[in-house]
Design a protein around this ligand. Structure first.
Ligand code: PLP
Length: 399
């Protein structure tokens, strides 16, 4: 019997009832703008910022309109200027180089390793070759890598690190939360990430000057004293005439939806790890398929799953993707010559004018990605593994 997978790869959990009630209360109040609060009312956005800061152990937090916006404010707040080079991962998603390009800076890419983390040797070379002062580290698909070693390299070179934690909310390296290693951590609350407000972003830092700049940039006007996870108003005095208002605030409606999800994050992370483990176990030892190493220091939050098809031709990968799709299993291929859906590769971002990166090309050539929404049961994950395993075995026989 040919097993077929029928669950949806894009179906998320519903918003918790508490979030629906809180959203209703915001709607009934008519006060949706973050600075529109009744006397003595902190407002949902300021409370979200306070609660998220506490969750990751940051001094300051700012909620904004999207993850991409958070990265943009982070880049500007650390001082990136038009024409500057910013280093980032060659394996990432389009909003990452896009945030660099949006401020007139130039992305320069750093190779990815077979474990899907930034290549630290190439990072060192690229710092020396480009003179970049900022690394936008994309923790793509939740693969974290040796953060202590990365910070040693960047600190020694005087390079600031902005962490793109769109795939690592709730994750850690050696016990220290992702987003708490560099100068700024940026998170997304877009539907396909870890907490869901449709669109939204969060930015955390311990640096008061940096955070004052970010808050002004996000469109605070002179209302920053309404924040609960912001530096003292005196810190803003230095910069309040310097920062352009690049409007991208979060509103109370989204914050109301998000706040009740924060206490659920740890259980959600455990849920993803359980699903990942079933899939990993089901694919272990599968001839022709390489699993991605997860180091013991990595407290990972696998809301997606990757594997490698080493040495496969493009035609063979395409046949596998088609055979799995016919059985209801949506695989995304990062090696495709043209961008498809949300997958694209560094050489598709032609505005960036990038030399070829053979190491990264070799890794992306066989890299397969699938989403792992929490609406999949453990049985669903076991079925996914059986189908992929069977189709890989079939492809190996055909080859
Ligand atoms: C989603 C995503 C972003 C941007 O987040 P948005 O909220 O969609 O703007 C940034 N980096 C990565 C790796 C992402 O997947």
């Amino acid at each position: 019997m040919t097993e077929i997978f029928t669950a949806s790869f894009t179906q998320q959990d519903p918003i918790p009832e508490a979030g629906i009630h809180a959203a209703e209360a915001v709607l009934r109040s008519g006060r949706l703008h973050r600075y529109n609060v009744a006397p003595g009312e902190p407002g949902e956005v300021a409370l979200l910022e306070q609660e998220f800061a506490a969750l990751v152990g940051a001094k300051y937090c700012l909620a904004v309109a999207s993850g991409g916006a958070a990265i943009g404010y982070g880049l500007r707040a650390v001082g990136v200027q038009p024409g500057d080079t910013v280093l980032t991962n060659a394996f990432t998603l389009a909003p990452v180089p896009g945030a660099i390009a949006a401020l007139g800076a130039k992305p320069a890419f750093v190779d990815v390793t077979p474990d899907l983390v930034i290549d630290l040797d190439h990072l060192e070379q690229q710092i020396a070759a480009t003179g970049a002062r900022v690394v936008l580290l994309s923790l793509m698909r939740g693969h974290i890598g040796d953060m202590a070693a990365l910070m040693r390299i960047c600190d020694a070179a005087g390079v600031q690190v902005i962490e793109d934690c769109a795939h690592t909310m709730g994750a850690d390296w050696a016990g220290r939360p992702s987003g708490r290693w560099g100068a700024v951590g940026c998170y997304s609350t877009q539907t396909y990430k870890h907490i869901n407000s449709g669109e939204g972003g969060l930015l955390v830092s311990d640096d008061p000057d940096l955070m004052a700049r970010a808050i002004l940039l996000s469109g605070s006007y002179m209302l920053y004293d309404k924040h609960l996870a912001a530096p003292d108003p005196s810190v803003f005095e230095q910069v309040r005439y310097q920062m352009p208002n690049i409007s991208g605030r979060m509103d109370h409606l989204r914050a109301a939806v998000l706040r009740p999800q924060l206490p659920l994050l740890a259980a959600r992370c455990a849920g993803w790890r359980a699903r990942y483990a079933v899939l990993e176990d089901g694919l272990r030892g599968c001839n022709g398929l390489r699993l991605i190493l997860r180091p013991p220091e990595e407290g990972f939050v696998p809301s997606s799953f990757q594997f490698d098809l080493p040495g496969w031709s493009g035609a063979a990968v395409r046949r596998l993707v088609g055979a799995c799709a016919a059985r209801g299993v949506e695989l995304k291929w990062f090696g495709a010559p043209n961008p498809v859906g949300f997958t694209s590769r560094y050489d598709h971002w032609r505005y960036a004018d990038t030399p070829e990166l053979p190491q990264t090309d070799g890794i992306l050539a066989g890299l397969i990605d699938l989403r792992l929404p929490l609406t999949f049961s453990l049985d669903d994950c076991a079925l996914l593994a059986r189908i992929i395993r069977a189709e890989v075995a079939q492809a190996m026989t055909d080859a």
